[in-house]
Design a protein. Sequence first.
Lengths: 249, 325
Amino acid sequence: MPLLELKGLSRRFGALVAVDAVDMGIEAGEIRAVIGPNGAGKSTLFNLITGLFRPSAGAVYFAGADITGLPAHQIAGYGIARTFQLTHLFPQLTARENVRIAAQARDKGRWQLLGGGGVLARTAALADEALERMRLSPLADRPAALLSHGDQRLLEVAMAIAQKPRLLMLDEPTQGLSIEETDHAVDNLKAALAGGELTMILVEHDMEVVFKLADNITVLHRGHVIADGPAAAVRADPVVQRAYLGGAE
Amino acid sequence: MRLGLVLGLVVLAGALLPLGLPRYLLTVLTEGLIFGLFAMSLDLMVGYTRLYSFGHAAAYGLGAYSAALILTHLHWPLPIALVLAVLTTLLVAIPIAWVCTKSTGVSFAMLTLAFAQLGYAMLFRFKEVTGGSDGIDGVPRPAGPFGIDWFQGETGYFYLVLFCLVGSYLLSRAIVRSPFGAVLAGIRENEAKARSLGYNTRAYKMTTVVLAYGFGGLAGALYAPFAGFASPELFFWLVSGRVLIMVIVGGAGTLIGPIFGGAFFLFLEHQLSEITDLWPLIFGSLFIGFVLLAPQGIFGIVAGRLRRKERAAPGGGEEAPDAAA
């Protein structure tokens, strides 16, 4: 049974069908890239899975449970962590506190009103570990707003990792990064994924990044899945070449 | 460390002050501390969670009327009446918080205002209980339990208010530094992100509103037996506006700033209103000045001074970039 399963998932905005009857299954431990031109419905798909949008039709199953249409915070509670295409952080808080708050969301003591030193200490330890994995430790005490754009994107990944998710969803993690920053980010992501226990879905435009990280690729075009399979096979697929890779590859 | 020292000095000064103070000033000071507590309660919403309430008078009025009714009709001991008034306010706050947190921003402010105005209107609708426009007069300060009566005099009452204020401050400080308080900071900074991390942000906001009502209710409950009456003005939107100004001028998000803001403004108002009828004009100008020139409030200015001095000292540590406001 796949860890994440989408069945006929659709979302209409008025007359526009942004996501059209998408079927998809992600196995535990798999790293899946979702690619497609702008407006193909990739981010909408993410928002449907994570509960930011309600599907117009279809269903989402996670580890066998029907999570279709649940509120975002409940879906996160199942162990699905995501980053956003446009960086979403707590700008005035330090990098460490950003990650610590993320870790706290998975802690039983997250509601503690008084005291809570134990909760703060153990989530701070998780935060430091996640920062270390993304090689951000030297910046831990800086307000997130003062980090470079590239480090902010890594910080958001660190926040997701600190939640020890069963499924990690990254929406264009290298968007807006320079070539060096992209290499740096890919290295860090690879290092973070090295254990092999993490399942990940990745939306990405940079094909180099996709081929470095992903096992399998799903190609979206105008809300439809037009190709689906191992990275090498999808790369060679003539339909994909025409629709997306544009022969340049 | 430094903050603790300052706080200790303030409490000590407060404790010694009434011994050599004319009665009139003591009364003004007591009222100032009550308003300081009221402003601090609103800071939990405004400063820590960015929930702008324009109806915090509802908390004040609820506490005041609950205490006034208990004290005049049942003659229960004052401390017990205070506790019951706070519980009543908390209870009423739950449905209010539930409705208000359905929205955000301006509509949140308008909903809080609507509830305060609803309370105001209900005072006139249920005249038999509330006394209508006359309010409730002759609110006593019954002694007990166990024969405690030191709070009945003006000096004793000042100490009671100081005790409640310091206790509420320490409690609020613990709350904003707890795991719960950290989530509030997250909601303030980016609510969508907090939600996507798995926090039920609405539940956190509801809890904050209820807590703020509780502390605000305590302030109101202290006011009724202090002034000896409860009147509909306590629910009026002007009170809500004034307390919001006190929070912003004092320094939102610092707890201690709004306490000083509240006390300072009440004191100023008493002094100015003796000199001129135009004191609201001065009040308004001061407010504009603060918003434009010192958006961090009185406490922000003081804390900034202290920090700069620290940095100027030899070996003043690494540069700590002030996060852009």
